[in-house]
Design a protein around this ligand. Structure first.
Ligand code: ZN
Length: 341
């Protein structure tokens, strides 16, 4: 069965030292301190160690083929977004990352599909970059769950969503810059508590702000199975019904109406939760995702889904149909490519 992984991250092995180049700011740079690993440094602070499989395209293929996966959708690591930087600098950084992914996809068209990044802090520049990446063959963009702490329903972001709809570029919303992280440094809480909350914040902002009403053809996917949104949909829908004066002020459509309209990945680490997500979303709006190559991801790439007693049709939806529809890729084209492998 064709398996496409909708959620993976990559970086080029070498990047300029942006802080030196631009003369300010704690941009991420890579310190290749030993063979096969590098430290991601934010200013002088250690952020995270990454391994060779973050940048080595062929090693990645070897690793994901072990789990019968044939294609990875790749995007950058959210900490690279740099929405806080001067817009033109963020554009130049984004273009560097986008060109790296476009080259990767051009070299391995059967193995990788690419998503770009854009300077969300400046809609005009972002739209220009969307038009450019469309021509390079990228299928969409990855954006943060908030933009410099502003929610995704802010009017200033609308031209970007409008352009994605017009250009038929998919949007992946990834949690980052987690709310409250200063107050919960211990126990990896920004990742375990902050990230699911961030994703729900993004979904609720887009629903209540009427973004899906304004752009009905916009195809949006939310990482980590939509974070805490689906598990708390009862509370959210009840809040909408009991306090419309607080919730339904910009959009009077019941939040449950949006279930099955946007996409989510399968990163739940829990078959029971995935069953629930499937019930709410329908199998055509749930897609295989791993968050490869990071340890909090599903690094067996959907093995738990293969072991679940789901019908062949539902598994096919999760493994490839949903993601192809999200990326606007013709199923027949990819299947015939697979046969040529
Ligand atoms: Zn991720």
């Amino acid at each position: 069965m064709l398996k496409i992984d909708s959620h993976t991250h990559t970086l080029p092995k070498k990047m300029p030292n942006w802080s030196e180049k631009f003369g300010y700011g704690d941009f991420i740079y890579l310190q290749h301190h030993k063979k096969g690993a590098a430290k991601m440094m934010r200013g002088n602070q250690f952020f995270r160690e990454i391994q060779e499989n973050t940048w080595n395209a062929e090693l990645r293929i070897k690793e994901y083929e072990k789990f019968n996966t044939q294609v990875q959708v790749v995007c950058t690591i959210p900490v690279m977004f740099s929405y806080w930087a001067k817009p033109l600098d963020c554009l130049s950084l984004s273009q560097f990352l986008n060109d790296h992914i476009a080259k990767l996809v051009a070299k391995y068209p059967r193995n990788y599909v690419g998503l770009g990044t854009v300077p969300m802090q400046d809609a005009e520049l972002a739209v220009k970059e969307l038009e450019r990446i469309k021509k390079t063959g990228l299928r969409g963009i990855q954006i943060g769950s908030n933009i410099n702490d502003e929610n995704l329903n802010e009017e200033k972001f609308m031209p970007i969503f409008q352009a994605c709809e017009k250009l038929s570029l998919a949007v992946m919303v990834h949690p980052w810059n987690m709310m409250g992280q200063q107050k919960m440094q211990r126990y990896w809480l920004p990742w375990l508590v902050g990230m699911p909350a961030e994703t729900s914040r993004a979904i609720c902002s887009m629903i209540f702000g009427g973004v899906f009403e304004r752009f009905p053809k916009l195809r949006v996917m939310f990482a980590h199975a939509g974070g805490s949104f689906l598990p708390t949909i009862g509370r959210i829908a009840h809040g909408f019904a009991c306090r419309p004066d607080l919730v339904a002020i910009d959009n009077n459509v019941d939040p449950r109406n949006y279930l099955g309209k946007f996409w989510v990945d399968s990163v739940t680490h829990d078959p029971m939760m995935l069953e629930y997500v499937l019930k709410l979303q329908g199998s055509r709006r749930v897609m295989l995702g791993s968050d490869y190559p990071f340890p909090l991801g599903d690094l067996e790439i959907g093995k738990f889904i293969e072991e679940m007693s789901l019908s062949k049709k539902v598994k096919e939806d999760i493994f490839f149909r949903s993601v192809l529809e999200w990326l606007d890729i013709d199923e027949k084209k990819i299947i015939s490519q697979k046969k040529k492998r």
